[in-house]
Design a protein around this ligand. Structure first.
Ligand code: PLP
Length: 457
């Protein structure tokens, strides 16, 4: 599942003792394992080899440039959902034509930037598209493409109305969510816009939610998609690509998620006949690649008991890792040096070891919602100064970290074998006020509005 393991009584990231990293860069810090990233990516490619998909890594799950570079070197394209993410992809050396660009609220400025960077400009073999989410967006995209004298390839994001049985906030393929257009409207969409000379509508895109721990929702969604492909064919419209989105699970608890091969075994029988008809497949995994490839390292500042309850107060909470408080997510937490008798065999709610107690692991912020775990079974002897590892924190960890209470963003370290590299320095107090103006009256000049390096018009 990953290359974070206890050796000689202490936690290692690949061959590097985690304590050594804490001593050099301090806490809180994120530590990523390059070997884990690579092996997850390779396993995905292997599992889906029969349909040769373009794998576009979902940048929003963990956007550090070094992580993007590792996956780009492996051959990955990128899934971006904003101009800022496209800028990251380009900065990591990924061609714009190898990016897919989704999102319900693309601005004119972002669309123009993406066209100029080559999104949708590829020839269809292992290249990405604009993933369009509404009629108004399509008309705007076609207008800007014409204005730029560019021909761009576009996929329509469809909403297949399937229930991925995941958290309400990360369920994205049901009718009542804001994503894509429903199947009834999809057919009309192609009839209406399928002949545009600048925005070439030729693909279907879906992303049903995340994490999806069963394979049935994918089968249901792809079945509906295949039916739409056939209906469109009767309208004289040829679909050239299908993007199945992301959402494959990760092991927050040991063996919680089906192996990638199991997702592939469920999807391939439906996808192969489409592939054989010349349809190019795209996947947009984030979590399944990077979640188990990262841990968050925090330090215990204090412990205290209030009534029956024991609190472990750490140097980071919802500012560094929002998922527990935002989604009620479970992350396994354990000391970096628990002692030989206390090494957990499995990452689970109760690892069934002696000398434990139920405790809350909380952060320093001024909110009761600031926690990493509630009522958790942990060693009873955790004390001030101990290091704790929060596991499976690679996805939606640093990418959702924030500066609430004027906290500074954590450092990030990438480990490869016995080498550890600092890939993002910890912010300092100056970072907090960098963009604030204390003296001048508000000035509304154009320069202040320019974001993507191109002017909106
Ligand atoms: C977030 C997202 C993904 C990635 O989801 P994971 O669960 O991290 O695999 C893929 N595609 C789109 C459009 C997304 O919004």
């Amino acid at each position: 599942m990953d290359l974070f393991a206890y050796r000689h009584g202490e936690l290692h990231a690949e061959d590097v003792p985690v304590r050594a990293i804490a001593e050099r860069v301090g806490t809180p810090c994120y530590i990523y394992s390059q070997g884990t990233l690579e092996s997850h990516y390779d396993r995905l490619i292997e599992a889906f080899a029969p349909i040769h998909p373009l794998v576009c890594y979902s940048i929003k799950s963990c956007p550090n440039l070094s992580v993007l570079k590792v996956l780009h070197d492996r051959g990955a394209g990128m899934d971006v959902v904003s101009g800022g993410e496209l800028f990251r992809a380009r900065s990591a050396g990924v061609e714009g034509s190898r990016c897919v660009y989704a999102g319900v609220g693309k601005t004119d400025e972002e669309i123009r930037y993406a066209i100029r960077e080559g999104v949708g400009s590829g020839n269809g073999v292992a290249t990405g598209l604009f993933n369009c989410e509404s009629e108004e967006e399509f008309e705007n995209l076609a207008r800007i493409a014409r204005d730029e004298r560019a021909v761009v390839r576009v996929a329509l994001r469809i909403n297949p109305d399937v229930d991925p049985k995941t958290h309400r906030y990360t369920s994205t393929g049901k009718k009542e969510t804001k994503f894509g257009v429903d199947l009834e409207r999809a057919r009309r969409f192609f009839v209406l816009y399928g002949r545009d000379a600048y925005a070439k509508l030729e693909g279907l895109h879906l992303h049903i939610g995340s994490p999806v721990y069963t394979t049935d929702p994918y089968r249901e969604a792809l079945t509906k998609t295949a039916k739409l492909v056939d209906e469109l064919a009767t309208d004289g419209i040829t679909i050239r690509s299908i993007d199945l989105g992301g959402g494959f699970g990760a092991d927050y608890e040991s063996a919680q998620s089906p192996p990638l091969k199991q997702y592939a075994d469920a999807i391939l029988p439906l996808a192969l006949p489409l592939h054989e008809r010349g349809i190019q497949f795209i996947l947009e995994p984030g979590r399944t690649i990077v979640a188990n490839a990262g841990i968050l390292l925090v330090k215990v500042l204090y412990t205290k008991t209030s009534g029956e309850k024991r609190f472990i107060i750490c140097d980071a909470g919802m500012n560094a890792l929002l998922r527990p408080s935002h989604y009620g997510s479970f992350h396994f937490i354990w000391p970096v040096e628990p002692g030989e008798a206390m090494i957990p065999a499995r990452r689970t709610l109760d690892p069934n070891l002696p000398n434990t107690a139920t405790q809350d692991v909380v952060g320093p912020l001024c909110e009761s919602g600031d926690f990493l775990a509630l009522d958790r079974t942990l060693p009873a002897n955790i004390k001030r100064g101990d290091l704790l590892a929060v596991f499976t924190a690679g996805a939606y960890g640093m990418s959702m970290a924030n500066r609430y209470n004027s906290s500074v963003l954590p450092a990030e370290v990438l480990v490869n074998g016995s080498a550890a590299s600092l890939v993002r320095t910890r912010e300092n107090f100056s970072s907090l006020i960098e963009h604030e103006l204390t003296t001048s009256p508000i000035s509304l000049d154009c320069a202040a509005r320019e974001v993507c390096g191109v002017h909106a018009s």
